[in-house]
Design a protein around this ligand. Structure first.
Ligand code: C2E
Ligand code: CA
Ligand code: CA
Length: 511
């Protein structure tokens, strides 16, 4: 007995052979054995017809069940991920293609692609071992699957990336609902061995469009994922054309920045920091501020520093800033402006890079810059990352004679604990505070408290962003003596700032 499809195929093969299209019969089909089980057989032979029209098949019938099941296993393996048993990337491509074909037809329901990426999975793998990592992946796959309906498809795309195809949505917005459900489901603590892990995921969502290619939807969901990751962990981002432009802009920026150092497109501007006391003003130092000239246009650091930080290039660029600032200020020391302090902004990436203090020491030696005149500005967010080596690195820098300034104070958590725990010598009060202090009573009180606090801790307090006589008066009344802002000078290039420094140092250049 043969199942109907196989019987039909068998008859067609016999007819083809009898009609002379095929010299012999050679067909694989399924038959039932004595127990009624379906088995695969290979039928080979030659059919002859005798004078009475009776057909006889001379040949062989072999059991190919084993080979067939091996083939099926192989086909399964080609399209499935061995760890989770989910369809893999190849299979997803096929599924997407089929879904796209359905999308092209009139009256089709909406379909969307979700790109799911576990946050910090690498960390789990590295700290708990690959076996634990595997368990997390298997459990994550189960949890994602629980959020889906029959007809949706989940595949393991590679590493810690999963792709979901939602194939039957009433509207595009429903994809976001499913994505949020997945994030919630993954967020429930997971028990792996004796560890209780909290997993977060970032998800990019893109609609599947009938006129697109299967790779378009994947690329767009991946782009949205890139955006989600850039927001930080545990985020969701939806693909849109503006997003496409934004990411494109970002990538172009990243590329251009990667060549900026070699092409000599960076320049340092300097802004004076002035001590005001007893009615006289005297410059005590400068803050080096990075500028990027791209094809003759100056790009603001607020735009490019975050890109440098994210790509990690800030480490190399930051070292250039340090070297260039030390070289320049040393040159000013040697040409009539001795003792001028040099403040350089640090990004957390630089400080967390092993051997940072050693590299600073090397730059100081190379440029001959006195450590006692160097100030490194860090932000509270850097201290909040709570990397254990931070304290050790800051102490090492302090022991070299370098001073540390806490920048933008008042904009973060402004935790007073940090002021005690870390070796900090200077507080820079953020411009958003003091600039509004003269006419905002609450901000005035806070500014007053910060200035008092700094004095109590024997730290210098620098007020940033000072532009008006009212602000100057307020600071005078509160006893804040260090001032930086447009009131004295905007940041200027080395050549233009020198005369400003000279006039602010009460020196007569010709004397
Ligand atoms: P920041 O460290 O807080 O630097 C002070 C910013 O305030 C500078 O902006 C300066 O031009 C601006 N400023 C100074 N006085 C006034 C004023 O009176 N009014 C107003 N409205 N603004 C004033 P800039 O140069 O655009 O730099 C922005 C930020 O970029 C810096 O903020 C710093 O966080 C970062 N940055 C600049 N250079 C470097 C660098 O070499 N390395 C790193 N990691 N970050 C840098
Ligand atoms: Ca600064
Ligand atoms: Ca600042």
């Amino acid at each position: 007995m043969m199942p109907d499809v196989h019987r039909t195929a068998f008859n067609v093969a016999i007819r083809a052979h009898l009609a002379g299209y095929k010299p012999y019969l050679n067909i694989e089909c399924q038959m039932r054995d004595a127990d009624g089980q379906l088995v695969w057989v290979l039928i080979r032979g030659v059919v002859s017809e005798d004078a009475y029209g009776v057909r006889r098949l001379a040949g062989s019938l072999s059991d190919i069940n084993l080979r067939k099941s091996a083939e099926q296993d192989l086909a399964h393996a080609t399209f499935h991920d061995p760890l989770t048993g989910l369809p893999n990337r190849q299979r997803m491509n096929q599924l997407l293609l089929q879904a796209l074909q359905r999308q092209g037809k009139p009256g089709a329901r909406h379909a969307s692609v979700l790109f799911v990426d576990l946050d910090r999975f690498k960390l789990i793998n590295e700290s708990l071992g690959h076996q634990s990592g595997d368990k997390v992946l298997v459990e994550s796959a189960k949890r994602i699957a629980r959020c889906l309906r029959p007809g949706d498809h989940l595949c393991r795309f590679g590493g810690d990336e999963f792709v979901v195809l939602l194939d039957d949505l009433a509207q595009d917005g429903d994809a976001e609902i499913v994505a949020r459900r997945i994030m919630q489901e993954l967020h429930v603590p997971m028990l792996v061995g004796e560890h209780r892990l909290v997993i977060t995921a970032s998800i990019g969502v893109a609609p599947l469009k009938g006129n697109g290619m299967e790779q378009d939807a994947l690329r767009e969901a991946d782009l949205a994922l890139y955006r989600a990751k850039a927001y930080g962990k545990s985020q969701l981002a939806l693909y849109s054309e503006t997003l496409q432009e934004e990411v494109h802009h970002r990538l172009t920026l990243e590329n251009a920045l990667s060549e900026a150092l070699a092409r000599d497109q960076f320049e340092l501007y300097y802004q004076p920091i002035v001590k005001v006391e007893d009615g006289s003003s005297k410059v005590i130092g400068v803050e080096a501020l990075l500028r990027w000239w791209q094809d003759g246009t100056m790009i603001s650091p607020d735009e490019f520093i975050p890109v440098l930080e994210e790509s990690g290039q800030i480490v190399e660029v930051g070292e250039w800033v340090l070297r260039e600032a030390c070289r320049q200020v040393k040159a000013w020391h040697d040409s009539g402006l001795p003792g001028l302090r040099c403040s350089v902004n640090l990004s957390s990436r630089q400080l967390h890079e092993g051997g940072f203090a050693g590299r600073v020491a090397a730059v100081l030696q190379e440029t001959g810059f006195p450590p006692g005149s160097l100030v490194l500005e860090i932000t509270e967010s850097l201290l909040m990352q709570d990397v254990p080596d931070t304290l050790a690195t800051l102490r090492e820098l302090e022991s070299l004679g370098i001073r540390i300034a806490l920048d933008d104070f008042g904009t973060g958590f402004s935790s007073l604990g940090y002021l005690h725990r870390y070796p900090l010598h200077i507080i820079k009060v953020d411009k958003s505070f003091i600039t509004r202090a003269p006419d905002d009573e609450r901000l005035g009180a806070i500014s007053r408290a910060i200035i008092g606090l700094g004095r109590g801790l024997r730290m210098d307090v620098i007020a940033e962003g000072i532009e008006t006589p009212e602000q100057m008066r307020f600071l005078h009344d509160e006893g804040c003596h260090y001032i930086q802002g447009y009131w004295f000078s905007r940041p200027l290039c080395a050549e233009q700032i020198r005369p400003v420094l000279v006039s602010l140092s009460n020196l007569d250049e010709t004397a």
